[in-house]
Design a protein around this ligand. Sequence first.
Ligand code: URA
Length: 433
Amino acid sequence: MRMYDVILHKRDGLELTDEEIRFFIQGYVNGSIPDYQASAFTMAVFFNGMSDREIGTLTEAIATSGDTVDLSLFGDLSCDKHSTGGVGDKTSLIVSPTVASLGGFFAKMSGRGLGHTGGTVDKLESIPGYRIQLSPDEFLSAVTKTGVAVIGQSGNLTPADKKLYALRDVTATVDSIPLITSSIMGKKLAAGSKNIVLDVKVGSGAFMKTLEGAKELAEKMVTIGKMHGRRIAALLTDMDEPLGTNVGNSLEVIEAVRVLRGEVKNDLLEVSVALSAELIRMLHGIPEKEAEARVREAIESGRAYETFRKWISEQGGDLRAIDDFSLLPGASVAYKVQAPSDGCIASMNASEIGMAAMILGAGRASKEDAIDYGAGIVLEKKTGDFVRQGETVAILYTNDETKIPDAEKRFLGALTFSMEPPVKKPLIYEIIR
Ligand code: URA
């Protein structure tokens, strides 16, 4: 077989055979297929698409291109969650212990943040002592003991995706539904869980800006998950403004803990409940309403929070920093952003707010950048709130005072005001099963 012919077939709109797809992935990973041919291939897919069968085979080839995790120890009770990424999205910190407290085994591998979006690994690393790297045995043993463990992605998981994603990033082929689907689902299949909930974000802070695009991606990922024997659902959730109030690593841990303790009832709680309920529905085969009731009870009774504490402690995290937030990384500067005029907040561009948090030190502009775990933004107001000129809209936290002017400018640029309250958007648009 020649890569030239595989490219030619896709360029001419033909369906590729399973052998052709596997030949491409194997050859690309072992170096016998060069970047220039892989680029031509991804561009041909970008223009001509792929059938479900082709995407299914590509996903499987990516999933098996490196190590895979064997979670058979947990039978049908292993769970995983994936978010397409957002701003202030700390739902994993809430969903994993909640589902674990209701009989699930959450064995999750997470990523770091880049650009305007945060990553669960960075948030967890802001807890003193938390070990993000565990050996495979330690990982399985932690899940067995507490029902949940969250670690960084192991070195040799889906090497095909690492290589392909980097290539797509520089060849304008990221936003292709077959390529995104196989990239995300390849990683999910390799991570081994039987039950998967996907949080597909929609709006200004999301990868998919429109509901139509997000729905198409969600449906494709669910189809491919089912094709490979997984129980899977996708929630289309709003990311037109940040989720919750806190953006930034230790700030997000604080908000998640407050939700788990029942101290905060907001949009973050609602999205976390919906994601958890979907997994509980799948795990126990119970109706949606009953699953939601169990999830709310787990949070209200403190059971989910107890599991959170066991999980963090098992992975070396210092619980004193959960009991006393002043022991988490903090910020030397807290700057109040004031409303420039009277009015109702009509919109808060989530991506721009994520960029303001990044400027303060909470995120990375490039993969190598260091993070200031205490930096970030706390929103005092959200979309639909009325403000008076000079009233505090948000507090910017940083350990580098020189960052404030840029961050404030970026933050204020993210807001629009109107005299009329905006039409309220749904928090959860749809569930695809
Ligand atoms: N996230 C991924 O992991 N892969 C993609 O292709 C796009 C977003």
